[in-house]
Design a protein around this ligand. Sequence first.
Ligand SMILES: CC(C)(COP(=O)(O)OP(=O)(O)OC[C@H]1O[C@@H](n2cnc3c(N)ncnc32)[C@H](O)[C@@H]1OP(=O)(O)O)[C@@H](O)C(=O)NCCC(=O)NCCS
Length: 219
Amino acid sequence: MSKKVIILGGIGKGEQIMDCILDNRNTFGDKEYEVAGFLNDYSKEDISGYKVLGKLEDVSRFVDEGYYFSFGIHPIGKNYAIKELFEKVNIPEKKLATIVSKRAFISPTTIIEPGVVILPFAYISLNARIGRCSLIMAQSIIGHNSMLGPCCFIAAGSILGSNVKLGYAASICLGATVLESCHLGDFSILGAGSMLLKNIPSGEVFVGNPAKYLKNISR
Ligand SMILES: CC(C)(COP(=O)(O)OP(=O)(O)OC[C@H]1O[C@@H](n2cnc3c(N)ncnc32)[C@H](O)[C@@H]1OP(=O)(O)O)[C@@H](O)C(=O)NCCC(=O)NCCS
């Protein structure tokens, strides 16, 4: 029997997680998960035909009812808030749905922590580690031996070289590139289309080619 997944979030990233579950089921016959609906604090409207079953505070009630959860909340620029929210909803580890598109390539040596989502055409190389509830979007590449902390967001088309390290809730924006061995601190952001050649300290935003300091992330 399929595990019923409630997606935390909504339009955009949450819907893409939904699509990935549907694609795995309908195209590849992988019935491990089925979409039960969404939890969303801002809307009660159906999302892509699925019900909003409640708010984030309702997680514990649904845990008791046997549901699984996917954390789809990764607003770029609110990186500190992502951690606070993630800790507040407090999903038990065994109730985190780990969703990997059948269209992605994941090296067998990759460690994928609970709650990770990997969307179609991502490529994850040898000995990488993807931290809990990180979201890896379509067509992104993660080089060998790279390590991502919890709740990271890797936007579509971005490229991480080998031995890259990301802290807690760091974001790589659309089509950005990180050279090998660079470190991005907790809650840091690399802007869209940027090329990172050095480390980003925690809580800072870097943009451009070569990427340079733009600002601190507001708390
Ligand atoms: C990093 C980011 C959040 C910065 O946005 P911001 O704080 O609103 O920055 P602003 O638009 O106010 O720009 C401030 C300055 O930085 C520059 N800048 C902003 N983003 C830049 C980027 N990605 N590359 C180069 N320069 C950039 C602007 O041109 C501007 O320069 P100026 O002061 O000389 O005019 C934004 O660039 C970004 O990448 N957004 C995320 C897009 C994305 O990946 N979405 C994923 C959806 S799934």
